[in-house]
Design a protein around this ligand. Structure first.
Ligand code: FUB
Length: 351
């Protein structure tokens, strides 16, 4: 995305050795803690769920299209979704083939980015961001009677949806909430007035950081029950972060899991490449910042999900171990530990 900007900044500081946040390779002398779940295709942004006792992974399907790398993420030019499953953690992952293709989504123009899935009353729902024919990111929904598809897309994106990276959280009372948003290529900065402004600017360092969104879903699972609200992420003093706090502020990759009655909102900090988390007593927040779930991985993006499988918690994530290229990623899984006080043990993907 902003690799050019990073390069310019590096040049601007001359020969002062700033660490390069783009980790093209593992840190010297270290090895990955886990291996790609599949290696015959490139996969990223893994949203994992347990449906009927089995683990299903809803990833982006990365491909090489030759699209030029740019600040808008034009090199992430994916055009279908393929779903993976695992009979058990540590088992062989199965690829269930194409579950939904761009050509079958009537409203979408390009770029099928990070999806998520949910289940209700015999139907599986696949939520996905795509640019519409006007090149504006919207969030669509598709349905299937099987967790692996094929999925049939609704003819229009979800009314009132925008930006990227939907995460649909099923609360214990049966309510479903969609968390979403992403700055830079994810276009969140173009929606600050409530309607689309193609020239909407990113925040200055001293300004309050842009916030992700949450909306409860209607019983039909295909529409918002309310106007999306800001997801406030605050420090221990209850203060919102500024754009300058870019090692902690929200960038993209929202995820929500519930642990011991608390709501854990985790997300990528984008240009500083961490997955961070913040905790609240209810699904709307405010969420109080706690720390880092996952340190930077190889490649530019960092995107994850957190799920409980048979009483243990797992972190699904990606890196670029197979390709060494930012836009050709591979999904992985490792165990995640919640400490007795509810904090999460930070994962270092290379040791
Ligand atoms: O896969 C395309 C985009 O890259 C996702 O939507 C972002 O979260 C980042 O991982």
């Amino acid at each position: 995305m902003k690799n050019n900007l990073l390069l310019l900044c590096t040049i601007a500081v001359g020969l002062v050795a700033l660490p390069d946040p783009v980790l093209a390779q593992e840190p010297t002398g270290k090895k990955p803690i886990s291996q790609p779940l599949v290696s015959h295709i490139y996969t990223a942004d893994p949203s994992a769920h347990v449906f009927d006792g089995k683990v299903y992974i809803y990833p982006s399907h990365d491909i090489e299209t030759g699209a030029k790398e740019d600040d808008e993420g034009g090199h992430f030019a994916m055009n279908d979704y393929r779903i993976l499953s695992l009979d058990k953690i540590g088992g062989k992952a199965k690829d269930h083939g194409v579950a939904l293709a761009l050509k079958d989504i009537s409203w979408a123009g390009r770029q099928l980015w990070a999806p998520d899935a949910a289940y209700k009353n015999g139907t599986y729902y696949l939520y996905f961001p795509a640019k519409d024919k006007q090149d504006v990111f919207r969030i669509g929904v598709a349905t299937s009677s099987s967790p692996t598809g094929p999925f049939k897309a609704e003819p229009e994106p979800i009314r009132g949806s925008f930006s990227i990276d939907p995460c649909v959280f099923a609360d214990t009372d049966g309510s479903h909430y969609m968390y979403f948003g992403g700055i830079w290529g994810g276009q969140l900065q173009r929606w600050t007035t409530g309607s689309y402004n193609p020239t909407g600017k990113l925040r200055e360092k001293t300004e309050q950081a842009l916030l992700p969104k949450v909306a409860r879903l209607n019983a039909d699972m295909k529409s918002f029950a309310e106007t999306p609200r800001d997801v406030k992420i605050v420090d221990a003093q209850g203060k919102l972060f500024t754009e300058g706090d870019n090692d902690k502020r929200f960038f993209e990759a929202a995820w929500l899991h519930k642990y011991n009655g608390k709501y854990y909102f985790s997300y990528s900090t984008g240009d500083t490449h961490n997955i961070c988390y913040a905790v609240a007593d209810n699904p709307y927040g405010p969420f109080t910042y706690q720390g880092i779930v996952l340190k930077p991985v190889t490649g530019w993006t960092n995107h994850h999900s957190i799920v409980e499988v048979k009483g243990k918690w797992y972190l699904f994530y990606h890196d670029v171990q197979l390709s060494g290229k930012t836009h050709l990623r591979n999904v992985k899984v490792t165990e995640l530990t919640h400490n007795a006080d509810g904090t999460i043990q930070t994962v270092e993907a290379y040791r």
